[in-house]
Design a protein around this ligand. Structure first.
Ligand code: HEC
Ligand code: HEC
Length: 547
């Protein structure tokens, strides 16, 4: 008996030493048996991840909110009003801008609380890099390892498929990528009729060579054996691409491989504090991925604002718990926490040093640390440099990416000044959708005018000289022979700054129009305007041809 017990203890000891050594290296990516990784599928997934045509407005790709050089997150600082629905209060969330609200007819529409500006997610975007290692995804873990076909409700994959479960969400989310009541049948149809990456530029050479001018059905043929563009295939390809996004070449990896000088003495001091028994960072941010994938409440905000894991499990003990994020590449992806409330890593370290901010249900591992300034600096140095993979910072393969349409000056642009109407509000254009020739449903609008005021829209192929006015009102169009002025009836809604209109039209297909710039200006007859007319700034919009 005694001998047996000893040998078991020895075995445990040996295996935990082995575990320690192995724990320094990132393990192989878990792959669902029903969705093996193939180069074709990963390439197709990469195309899809960067294709803004996956959204109904053609303005949002997965990559809009998940940018490798920003550690897989989003630096754009959209504000969500938080649980109270009121902007400018303490519970506001720094999230990711998605689509401007779009109705079931694919037309831009005014919907609270984001009225004609891109809607913002109610949490900060976490990273897609190394997400393949997380058994469940999202801050609250609601994307589970069992993947269900969004059309049929049938389970397709029974384990390791949180990436698939996650990718099923955004294309039909009316905040992130979709018009109201969009379903996955439509996502697949819309995508199948689009030219792969037609809106992207600077497509990485290897990816462009793989696409080689082919259509989506042809790409699906290569990746899946037949040319059907189905929801499950779209999702499986995206997840496969994400499984190739393994970041494991940070200084900490060289250090763990035995290269002692991969960390400076200060970074190493930070590492020891991180791993030490006072700060306890490595208890939760454990192992080579710097997360144990558990859900913990560290006291970022009062529980009631966002129940986090508790809303998924219904267990009150989970209220206020969020998934422990991996800290790899964390320096690139501020602001931090599920609500983006900590601007910098210095702020995060100060947060932990004071023991967090809200203590109901808080994990006792988070407590005042009494670190000296030198210790705090060392911890920040460790987090900033030691965990950052230069391939991620520099978007080197597999983290390379095309430029998105919305990241270029092809987006229609405002120029010059407007003239305020009632309430001192200057009307503006709402124009983000791509003016490419043949766009079957290009939608744009006018916002912030006086509700019910008579509305006019002017258009020209030439702009006026800067500073031109007419009757005291700025005029941005040259009134060339091509000038046109339309009466649009009156602005919808009631009240100063509340008026709006939106339009949807098919753009011409004639290739000779490529490069033609239209200039637009909208007016509101408004007694509250200084000269009786309120106007938008000018809008310039250049038609472009897709490849
Ligand atoms: C409008 C911005 C936006 C778009 C578009 C978007 N995401 Fe996200 N993504 C987010 C936000 C915000 C979260 C966190 C939401 C939550 O936890 O409730 C998230 C979470 C994730 C996660 C989970 C990471 C983790 O560690 O839990 C992955 C993976 C991901 N997105 C991949 C994708 C893919 C693939 C697409 C395209 C099909 C996509 N995202 C489109 C904003 C976006
Ligand atoms: C009890 C588990 C736990 C401990 C201990 C812990 N963390 Fe965290 N950490 C979390 C969780 C959970 C989050 C996400 C919380 C949220 O957003 O509400 C987080 C978030 C972070 C973030 C922000 C990451 C991002 O992408 O937004 C950083 C940086 C961080 N922790 C560093 C540390 C450091 C440094 C320590 C030690 C001083 C530490 N953590 C200790 C669980 C823990």
């Amino acid at each position: 008996m005694r001998a047996a017990a000893t040998s078991i203890a020895l075995a445990v000891l040996v295996s935990s030493f082995a575990g320690l050594a192995v724990a320094q290296q990132i393990p192989p990516v878990p792959v669902p048996a029903g969705n093996p990784i193939t180069p074709s599928k990963a390439n197709l997934g990469k195309v899809l991840f960067f294709d803004e045509q996956l959204s109904s407005t053609r303005t949002v790709a997965c990559a809009t909110c998940h940018i490798a050089s920003r550690g897989g997150s989003d630096p754009r600082f959209g504000f969500h009003p938080g649980a109270d629905g009121v902007f400018g209060t303490a519970d506001d969330v720094v999230g990711s801008p998605g689509v401007i609200a779009t109705d079931a007819n694919q037309q831009t529409t005014k919907a609270d609380p984001f009225a004609l500006v891109p809607q913002v997610t109610n949490r900060k975007a976490p990273s897609m890099i190394n997400a393949a290692f997380s058994p469940t995804l999202f801050w609250d873990g609601r994307a589970t390892p069992q993947f269900v076909d969004p059309l049929t409700g049938q389970q397709v994959l029974n384990q390791f498929a949180a990436l698939e479960s996650q990718a099923a969400g955004p294309p039909t989310s009316a905040v992130e990528m979709a018009h109201a009541s969009r379903d996955w049948t439509e996502v697949a149809t819309h995508l199948g009729a689009s030219k792969p990456l037609a809106l992207a530029s600077n497509v990485p050479a290897a990816l462009a060579a793989w696409i080689n001018g082919r259509s989506y059905p042809q790409l699906f043929q290569e990746a899946f054996g037949t040319n059907a563009v189905t929801p499950v295939r779209i999702i499986e390809a995206i997840a496969t691409y994400e499984r190739t996004l393994v970041s494991n070449q940070a200084p900490i990896d060289a250090f763990n491989a035995g290269q002692q000088n991969a960390l400076t003495p200060q970074q190493n001091q930070g590492r020891l504090i991180f791993n030490g028994p006072n700060a306890n960072c490595a208890v939760c941010h454990a192992g080579p991925l710097f997360t144990n994938n558990s859900f913990q409440n560290i006291g970022v905000r009062p529980i009631a604002e966002d129940l986090g894991r508790g809303a998924v499990t219904g267990n009150p003990a989970d209220n206020g718990r969020f998934k422990v994020p991996s800290l790899r590449n964390v320096a690139l992806r501020g602001p931090y926490f599920h609500n983006g409330s900590a601007a910098t890593l210095v702020d995060v370290v100060e947060f932990y040093n004071r023991g967090g901010d809200f203590h109901v249900n808080q994990n006792p591992l988070v407590h005042p640390l009494n670190l000296t300034q030198g210790q705090k600096d060392a911890l920040v140095a460790f987090l900033t440099v030691a965990l950052t993979d230069p391939r991620v910072t520099n978007e080197v393969a597999p983290f390379d990416r095309p430029t998105l349409y919305t990241e270029t000056d092809r987006v229609p642009a405002s120029f010059g000044v407007g003239a305020a109407g009632s309430g001192g509000v200057v009307p503006r254009f709402v124009a983000v959708e791509p003016p490419y020739l043949g766009n079957p449903d290009f939608s744009f609008g006018i916002a912030d005018a006086l509700g019910q005021a008579p509305a006019f829209l002017a258009i020209d192929v030439l702009a006026s000289a800067p500073g031109t006015t007419i009757g005291g009102v700025p005029l941005h169009l040259a009134v060339s022979p091509a000038f046109q002025l339309w009466s649009l009836g009156s602005y919808a809604d009631v009240g100063a700054g509340e008026g709006w209109l939106a339009f949807s039209t098919a753009l011409p297909t004639n290739p000779t129009l490529a490069g033609l710039t239209l200039f637009l200006q909208a007016f509101a007859m408004d007694a509250g305007a200084e000269h009786g007319v309120a106007t938008t700034p000018g809008l310039s919009m250049e038609f472009f041809a897709t490849p």
